[in-house]
Design a protein. Structure first.
Length: 268
C-alpha cells in the first residue's frame, strides 16, 4: 500500500498557506525566541544570573539578567530579596553588563520593545501573549485592560489580563504601567501603587492633565481630515483642532459614519 508521503497528491485538502507553512523554515524571530528561552532556563538552573541597578527619574530599579535577557525587575530592594528567592530560587550576584544596560535604556526610552529582551519562559502561553501585547503599547501612551486582552487573543479575558499584569516579573521593561482601567483611570501598580504608576507615566510624558483629557473625551474620536477613528489615548490626538474631531459612543457608530480604524491605536 502506498503512503501519503509517497503520493503527495493524496494529501488532505488543506488551505494552501497551511501546507506551505508546514514546508517552510521557522521564522527567525521564533528561532531567536526559542534560543533565548533555552538559554534563560539554563541560566536559572545553573545560577548564572546577575544584577545591576539603573537610576531613573522615579528612582532606582534592579535588573536581573543572563547577559541576553532580563529575568526580574524591581524598584524595592527589600521586596527584591524575597522575589529573587521565591521566583528564582536563589539570590543573584552583582554583575554589570554594558550590553544589557544599553538594551534596557533603549526600551525605557521607547526605542525597543521590552518583551524582546525579557525572559518569559516560565509563563503560560496566554500570560506571554499579554506581556507581548503590553510591550506594543507605545512609549508615552496608555491602553485599557480590554485592549490588551483583545491584542493577546482573548477579548473576554480582561480579569485574567489584569492578574497577569499584577504579577509581571519585569515591570518597567514590560510596561504594565501603560495599562489602565476602562474609564482611563490609572488603577493600581505592582511596582508601588497608583502614585508610582502616575510618576512613571509622567516620566514618559503622560501627565495627569493629559489623563484627565482622555478620561473626559468621547469613547471614540473620528478625525475628519483623514476619516480615521481613534481611541482618545491615541498619541497626539489631544493636540488636534477640536473642529477636526467628531465624537462617537462606539467603534460601530464611527464605522457607520464612514470612518476607518486607526492603525496606530487599533481601536478595534
Amino acid at each position: 500500500m502506498s503512503t501519503m508521503a509517497e503520493n503527495p497528491e493524496h494529501l488532505p485538502d488543506l488551505p494552501g498557506e497551511i501546507v506551505l507553512g508546514l514546508r517552510s523554515e521557522a521564522a527567525p524571530g521564533f528561532v531567536e525566541r526559542l534560543r533565548g528561552e533555552l538559554r534563560g532556563r539554563q541560566a536559572r538552573a545553573t545560577g548564572n544570573l546577575w544584577w545591576f541597578d539603573l537610576d531613573l527619574p522615579v528612582g532606582t530599579i534592579r535588573i536581573v539578567h543572563d547577559e541576553q535577557l532580563v529575568h526580574l525587575v524591581d524598584n524595592d530592594m527589600e521586596r527584591y530579596e524575597q522575589r529573587a528567592e521565591g521566583e528564582l530560587g536563589f539570590a543573584p550576584q552583582h554583575g554589570e553588563s554594558p550590553r544589557m544596560r544599553t538594551a534596557a535604556e533603549r526600551v525605557l526610552a521607547g526605542d525597543a520593545r521590552g518583551a524582546d529582551i525579557a525572559f518569559l519562559g516560565t509563563l503560560t502561553a496566554f500570560q506571554q501573549a499579554v506581556l507581548r501585547a503590553t510591550s506594543r503599547i507605545p512609549h508615552g501612551a496608555v491602553r485599557p485592560y480590554s485592549w490588551v486582552a483583545r491584542e493577546a487573543g482573548n477579548a473576554g479575558a480582561v480579569r485574567a489580563t489584569g492578574t497577569t499584569l499584577a504579577k509581571n516579573p519585569v515591570p518597567f521593561i514590560v510596561p504594565c504601567h501603560r495599562v489602565v482601567h476602562a474609564d482611563w483611570s490609572p488603577g493600581n501598580y505592582s511596582a508601588g501603587g497608583t502614585g508610582v504608576k502616575l510618576s512613571v507615566l509622567e516620566m514618559e510624558g503622560v501627565t495627569e492633565r493629559r489623563l484627565a483629557w482622555i478620561q473626559h473625551a468621547p469613547k471614540i474620536l473620528g478625525q475628519l481630515d483623514c476619516m480615521e477613528f481613534c481611541l482618545p489615548a491615541c498619541t497626539g490626538i489631544e493636540e488636534s483642532d477640536p473642529a477636526n474631531l467628531a465624537g462617537f459612543s462606539s467603534p460601530e457608530d464611527a464605522a457607520r459614519a464612514g470612518f476607518t480604524p486607526c492603525e496606530v491605536c487599533r481601536p478595534v
